[in-house]
Design a protein. Sequence first.
Length: 130
Amino acid sequence: MNTSANRNVSTVLAITTFDNSSAEQFDQAFKKAFYEGDYKAMASVYTADAKLMIEDSELIQGRRAIEDFWKSTCERAKAVGMKRTPHSEELDSSGDLAYKRGTMTLEIPTKEGANNESRYTDRSCRHRST
């Protein structure tokens, strides 16, 4: 399993301009980190006091708890062969605040050979670096 200690974490996180191209690059870098099991890099995008809301789950609070969530999620996804595809639907920014809304398609193979697809909405705000 790779860890962010051996590479530049900013590759995963940095969105200095919040446009479609930057959002797509971020999505692809986050997706790559997910498949590599690089949960530390994934968690590094959250502030120390961040809150992560997952449907039908308890609120996850703080970067350490979010890191534990992504570690477990990456391990489970690898075990079942889950594929994850982000879809950006709306990008907007004002001053130092940026907003992204989209969905994530999760493809989970079943014993019968079919895929179950799940969709959820991801809304996130991030301060841009200047």
